[in-house]
Design a protein around this ligand. Structure first.
Ligand code: ASP
Length: 346
């Protein structure tokens, strides 16, 4: 590793890298290799900041598993050459990408900080500059022993640093676009950046090589329970060929309609060999299938409780586990365990 702190800044796309055409006012991506011209203040860091831009850049609505593999490979290839990574990414699917990379990168020992903005960096009132500058500072931060302050996949947005796989995009309007309702912020940027070290994951021993995982299986369907949902529709959804797991978004602490038709449909899926993971539609709190009889009936037919996992983390975890294992029992056991900080075990 070099003496000078080094950061790899990766631009994948999204609002942050846009500039407003002075005549037409259209938003267009700017040439990211010119970022130092756009933001000369970055030179003040005194770090080596190298940039890499995806070509073409993508709106994060187009993110897919190939994109995650490409990003993971990029980090793997440059892992030993940089102290930290800052990934500029559209906000729309940032929580999915941060969740996916937390599983794909495994036990990382360096910061991977996703950030973006609600207003383009080329606009006067942009939130992108502060987000980018603080993300770089966080990615470069070390403790007194020279270890990174946050060796995790995170999202930094509007003065808060979150564990990536705990986040959800919460608003399409306000600058504080993300929330981590079930886990405390990892750092707060005010006059100083205050790290919440008690909640940051640190390796037991430092110096392990990166062992990324590239096999993902996206054979997952999300079904959101709604009042009055039609039996025939649910029945056809659970009968679709090619799915291996269903994320069942339920009410409150994991409750669903108590009618026999509903449990019969879900049981049909489980009998077909599908995994059904119960995740709450609520923004905060956890699934507890013992709390009400409507949850208990799901538990009795073999539905797995997703605890306080977000939908984004549940999807990413399933893609990851289905890509690694064929045995449902192993997958279900791991769904109940906290692997990368995504779940509070009780
Ligand atoms: N549609 C954009 C994206 O997710 C929005 C943003 O960057 O905030 O790529």
């Amino acid at each position: 590793m070099q003496d000078k702190t080094s950061i790899l800044l990766v631009y994948t796309g999204g609002t942050i890298g846009m500039k407003q055409d002075p005549v037409s006012f259209d938003l267009r991506p700017f040439d990211f290799s010119q970022i130092l011209e756009e933001m000369p203040e970055l030179k003040k860091f005194g770090y080596r900041i190298d940039t890499y831009s995806f070509d073409p850049v993508i709106d994060s609505s187009d993110v897919d598993i190939e994109f995650w593999k490409r990003l993971t490979r990029l980090i793997e290839e440059h892992y030993d050459s940089y102290d930290g990574f800052v990934i500029l990414h559209g906000t729309d699917t940032m929580s999915f990408s941060a969740s996916a990379l937390s599983f794909m990168l495994g036990d990382i020992e360096k910061p991977v900080i996703f950030t973006g903005s609600q207003l383009p960096i080329g606009m006067l009132r942009t939130d992108g500059k502060e987000n980018l500058i603080s993300s770089i500072e966080i990615a470069a931060s070390k403790d007194k022993d020279g270890h990174p302050m946050v060796p995790e996949v995170c999202i930094y947005f509007e003065s808060q640093l979150y564990r990536g796989n705990r986040t959800t995009k919460y608003t399409a309007e306000n600058f504080r676009a993300f929330r981590s309702a079930n886990y405390p912020v990892l750092a707060e940027a005010g006059i100083h950046i205050k790290f919440n070290t008690a909640f940051i994951r640190y390796p037991e021993t430092w110096g392990k090589p990166l062992r990324p995982v590239y096999d993902l299986d996206p054979s997952v369907l999300i079904i959101k329970v709604i009042p009055g949902m039609k039996r025939e529709l649910l029945d056809s959804l659970v009968s679709i060929e090619g799915i291996r797991a269903i994320v069942l978004e339920t009410y409150g602490s994991g409750n669903a309609p108590s009618g026999k038709w509903f449990t019969d449909c879900i049981k049909k899926a489980i009998d077909r060999g599908l995994i059904v993971l119960n995740i709450t539609q609520c923004q905060a709190g956890r699934v507890d299938m013992d709390a009400y009889s409507t949850g208990k009936s799901l538990k009795n037919i073999g539905v797995t409780g997703g605890g306080d996992c977000t939908t984004e983390a549940a999807v990413a975890k399933l893609f990851f586990l289905l890509g690694q294992y064929t045995d449902n029992k192993i997958i279900i056991d791991l769904l109940k365990k906290n692997i990368r900080g995504e779940l509070t075990e009780v």
